[in-house]
Write a protein that binds this ligand. Sequence first.
Ligand code: GLN
Length: 301
Amino acid sequence: MAVTVQAALAEGSRLFREAGRAECPAADISAPALDASLFLASVLDTDRSSLLSAGPRLLSPDSYGRFLKLVERRLSGECTAYILGKKEFWGLDFFVSPAVLVPRPDTEILVEAALEHIAGRQSGKEGEGIRVLDLCTGSGAVAVSLKHECPGADLTASDISEAALAVARENARRLLKKGPSGADAIRFVKSDLFDGIACLFDLVTANPPYIPSGELADLAPEVRGEPRLALDGGKDGLDIAGRLVAQARDRLTRGGVLLVEADPRQMAALAGIFEKNGYRNIRRRRDLSGLERVIEGAVQE
Ligand code: GLN
C-alpha cells in the first residue's frame, strides 16, 4: 500500500494523540505532530522543513514500515532524542545515547552565563587562555558549546561515567575543530567531581544530578529512561551540588566563578551553601520559563 508523506504524518500524529488520551499513558508526548515529522524526516534522511515544504510525495512501503517502528518505540515510552540519536542544543546537533542525560533548553542559560563571564574578562570574547572546567559534563553539551563559541579558551570536561565521556568525546570530535597541534579541542577526564583534577580554573560550570531520590519514581517515563546517575541528587537533591560548591572554592583562581544548574526549589538552600563557603556576588538566573535555574558565586579577588 502506497502512503503519502502527509498521510504518514497524519497517522503518526493520530497514534500519538490517541496514546496520550489513555488513562495512564506509557509515554508523555506533548508535541504529536512535531515528533511524527522528526521521525519521518529521520527515515527519509532529510530535515523537517524540507519534508514539510515538499509537495505530495509517495513513501515506499519500506520507509513507511521503518517510520511506524520509530513511532512504536516512542509510544512505548522511549524518548525522541534517544530514538533519533541526537538533540539540538545551542544550535548544534549533539549525539545522544541512553548513557547521557538529554540536553535541555534550560541548560542554555548555563552556557549564556558562562559566556558573559568569559567576555567580561581581559581575555575577550574568544576566551583566549581562560581556563574553564565543566563538571558532570554528560553529553558534553555545555563544554562543547563553550569551546565552539570561545575557541581560545582552555577547556576541561569531566564526568564520573566512562560511557558518558565516550559520548562527550564523540560530540567534540563531530562539532569542534582540533587544536593546531592536532590535540583534542577539549581535555576529557574521568573524575568524581574534583577528585581526579589537580589544577585551578577561572570558571567552573556544572549541571549535576539534582532530582531528590524520592521523586525519581514519579518522573515521566521518558525521564526515567535517562541514566539514574545523571539525575539522582540524593535525599534533598543537593548531595552532589553541595559537595561541588565546597570543593570548587579551593579550585578557582582569584575572582574565579562557579556556575551551577539546580532545581528552582533548591535555590535558597544552595545560596546558603555558597554563602557558608565564602563565595561573593551570589546571583541566580532564570530559565526560559522564568524559573530560577542557575546560581553563581565568585571567590575573592
Ligand atoms: N533538568 C532535568 C529534569 O528536570 C534534571 C537534570 C539534572 O538532574 N541535572 O529532568
